[in-house]
Design a protein around this ligand. Structure first.
Ligand code: IMP
Length: 177
């Protein structure tokens, strides 16, 4: 049975929206003139972030999704990354932006970018809403990061704890009571 917990707000919905605007200006500068950017969301945690991100981007885009194995129902990374659902489209010669919710140990983004690079995109960039640098186990940093956070387990804005709390409009940290 799940231990009882409360959620303390850490990053407000307003702060997320303001940071997203800044990030999208930089992404726009990077990709302006692109034929059609492929925005790849890593399921499931990035689904809210990618929805807000693409609506803020004034660029021709396609959206695709990839699902990698993650924490399951626990709080610990499995480290061994498996692809559960691959992209629908080919990315060879295309400009690609990979959208991740959190870079934690770094294994997921490291594995996914390695896989996608082997498909020879013209350009491959990465964005993560959150980064927990103190937890890193492999050398990995997204090209753009929304917020660096301490080693706390967080939920909301698409991110879950055992499949719960994805629908919170803000990022909160889990505190067991
Ligand atoms: P990594 O492979 O250790 O970098 O983990 C990346 C994935 O772990 C993220 O995409 C999340 O799905 C999950 N994750 C990492 N930290 C948290 C957290 O604080 N809350 C919920 N999921 C997390």
């Amino acid at each position: 049975m799940q231990k009882p917990y409360v959620i303390d707000e850490m990053i407000s919905a307003k702060s997320i929206a303001a940071r997203l605007e800044e990030l999208c200006r930089e992404i726009h500068d990077e990709f302006q003139g692109t034929d059609k950017l492929v925005v790849v969301g890593l399921l499931r945690g990035s689904f809210v972030f990618i929805a807000d991100l693409v609506r803020e981007l004034d660029l021709p885009i396609e959206v695709d999704f990839l699902e990698a194995s993650s924490y399951g129902d626990g709080m610990e990374s499995s480290r061994e990354v498996r692809i559960l659902k691959d992209l629908r489209g080919a990315i060879e010669g295309r400009d690609v932006l990979v959208v991740e919710d959190i870079v934690d140990t770094g294994h997921t983004l490291h594995h996914v970018t390695g896989l996608l690079k082997s498909r020879e995109p013209a350009r491959l960039k990465t964005i993560a809403l959150l980064d927990k640098p103190s937890r890193r186990e492999v050398d990995m940093k997204a090209d753009w990061t929304g917020f660096e956070i301490p080693d706390e387990f967080v939920v909301g804005y698409g991110i879950d704890f055992a499949q719960r709390n994805r629908n919170l409009p803000y990022i909160g940290k889990v505190r067991f009571t």
